[in-house]
Design a protein around this ligand. Structure first.
Ligand code: ADP
Ligand code: ZN
Length: 529
């Protein structure tokens, strides 16, 4: 048995072995730890599962004083502290869920130096009483987890993070380590600027997760498509299925159970006891499928998640990367599967248009959605596109759907012109805007009630698009959206032209389109690299 005093005089490798039970450091963990132990600042970009926690937990044990860890994941603080306590590390947390007595105990332990790590929510650092408490103890370092939350242009901005820039002013001698699993080059720079990390060393690990096979398919009958995937490729495997709404989480979980797949729901609408129980079972039992909103997953460490399936389009590439990153932490082959359709785009545009926040904020959200769409519609390697988004280079991976079954492309210039001129005519000649469905009905020459009501059969474009099927036209609309040649807006998902649409209509620009993959999607035919 070692006492905490021994641990403090120990070196980093000794702590890794004795406290955490691992033999060697991974990648650049050692350099990061040395930097912080030596009193320097660090900015760490490392994918989920890369081993960020040890980068501050080990310095916390090696350096004198208590490490203060800022984390937005209040729900997980108890778990994190429990996990450390099991290892014999003295950890505590302060947050709003605690009663007075529990708080007081942690506070006095902190002041007495009887803690190795103290977890705090960012909002706590805005209260004067907490700041004064910190003044009364000895701080070994500040760790700022989920540091991308400070970025206003990022996908997960939390205003409380902005206040963290004062840590440096108030405690200039205390080293700081900021960590995140997702950052574009712009977000990376913003984190450094906003947290005053001008002198920090930057550590950027590769974001590639070679064992994850990325696949994105058109949404037809999503629940059935999911069931096919699970039955044919992942029988008995543990996995996560993400849905946008609580209602669809419940329905999907029920559907899977009815079809003999052990599934559990997880969303913020369930009471906390049920949520905790479901999470516990998912972590402990084999082969369970968790159907969840994105409320589930942050900080969850289950190594053998074999698939992550999205039944709805994620709001950003960062979100997609983080969620799919929960698959295959053990390095074994895993699947990231996403089904998406035009209705996703319409729904998300609607959410953006009706979201609070100013125009600039809505533009950020729209840019995130556009990037996600471009990933869905790309004819290139998904991994290349994904890593490129994070500023990292790669070449055709051989382990994504577009590499395994290269999509055929076709010259969609004429189709694009037909669709865009339908939108243009509705607008110019009738001063009307409609959703994609109406334009497609017009192109296909369908005499629906709505066509009759608005006399759209008298438009010159009526019936000029019968060479494509309805689902092909939907593909055309999606790809025009992804290429910025068409926009969708408002409550009804109405289509409108963009600045670039004129180039297509004026025959100054050709449009290459991706032919929709045949029904049988790519299967796992190649070994991961
Ligand atoms: P992150 O916070 O980057 O998502 P974690 O810190 O939770 O990742 O680490 C992911 C998993 O890898 C954990 O189970 C952790 O114990 C393990 N791990 C981290 N570093 C090492 C190491 N050097 N050797 C073996 N396992 C490690
Ligand atoms: Zn690829």
């Amino acid at each position: 048995m070692t006492s905490p005093t021994d641990q403090r005089t120990d070196d980093a490798l000794g702590v890794l072995r004795r406290v955490f039970g691992y033999d060697t450091f991974r990648d650049n963990q050692r350099e990061i730890i040395d930097q912080v132990v030596g009193g320097g600042d660090a900015l760490v970009l490392m994918p989920t599962g890369g081993g960020k926690s040890l980068c501050y937990q080990i310095p916390a044990l090696v350096r004198d004083g208590v490490a203060v860890v800022v984390s937005p994941l209040i729900a997980l603080m108890q778990d994190q502290v429990d996990a450390l306590t099991t290892l014999g590390v003295r950890a505590g947390f302060l947050n709003s869920t605690q009663d007075f007595e529990a708080r007081r105990l942690v506070e006095s332990a902190f002041v007495a130096g009887d803690l190795d790590l103290l977890y705090l929510a960012p909002e706590a650092l805005r209260t004067e009483s907490v700041l004064r408490l910190l003044d009364r103890g000895k701080i070994a370092l500040f760790a700022i987890d989920e540091a991308h939350c400070v970025a206003q242009w990022g996908h997960d901005f939390r205003p409380d993070y902005l206040a963290l820039s004062m840590l440096h002013e108030r405690w200039p001698a205390v080293p700081r380590i900021a960590l995140t699993a997702t950052a574009t080059p712009a977000t990376h720079a913003e984190i450094a600027a906003r947290l005053n990390l001008g002198n920090a060393r930057h550590f950027v690990a590769s974001f590639d997760r070679p064992n994850i096979q990325y696949r994105i398919v058109p949404k037809r009958e999503p629940k059935k498509q999911l069931l096919d995937l699970l039955r044919t490729e992942h029988p008995g495997d543990a996995g996560i299925v993400y849905c946008l709404s609580r209602a669809s989480v419940d329905k999907t979980a029920e559907f899977l159970v009815q079809n003999g797949i052990p599934a559990l729901p997880y969303h913020a609408g369930l009471d906390s006891g049920t949520r905790a129980a479901n999470q516990h079972r998912f972590l402990r039992e084999d082969g369970l499928v968790m159907v969840a909103t994105i409320a589930f997953g942050m900080g969850i460490d289950k190594p053998d998640v074999r698939f992550v399936a999205h039944l709805d389009l994620p709001k950003s590439i960062e979100g997609y990367y983080q969620e799919t990153g929960r698959a295959g932490r053990d390095g074994l082959p895993s699947t990231a599967w996403l089904a998406y359709g035009l209705s996703d785009v319409v729904q998300q545009r609607k959410m953006i248009d009706s979201s609070d926040g100013d125009r600039a904020r809505r533009q950020v959200l729209a840019a995130h959605l556009d990037a996600m769409l471009a990933l869905c519609e790309t004819v290139q390697c998904r991994r290349e596109q994904l890593l490129g988004y994070f500023g990292q280079q790669s070449t055709g991976c051989g382990n994504c759907d577009t590499c395994l079954t290269p999509p055929e492309s076709w010259d969609g210039t004429v189709a694009a012109q037909k669709l865009l001129s339908t939108v243009l005519r509705l607008h110019r000649e009738r001063d009307q805007k409609f959703g994609a469905g109406q334009s497609i009905d017009i192109l296909l020459g369908r005499r629906t009630d709505k066509v009759a009501q608005y006399r759209h059969d008298t438009l010159s474009v009526f019936g000029i698009g019968t060479e494509l099927t309805e689902s092909e036209w939907r593909g055309v609309v999606r790809q025009l959206l992804a290429q910025g040649l068409l926009a969708v807006e408002g409550d009804y998902g109405t289509l409108s032209l963009t600045e670039s649409s004129g180039d297509v209509l004026g025959k100054r620009r050709e449009v290459t389109m991706r032919r929709e993959a045949p029904r049988a999607a790519a299967s796992r035919t190649s070994k991961p690299r």
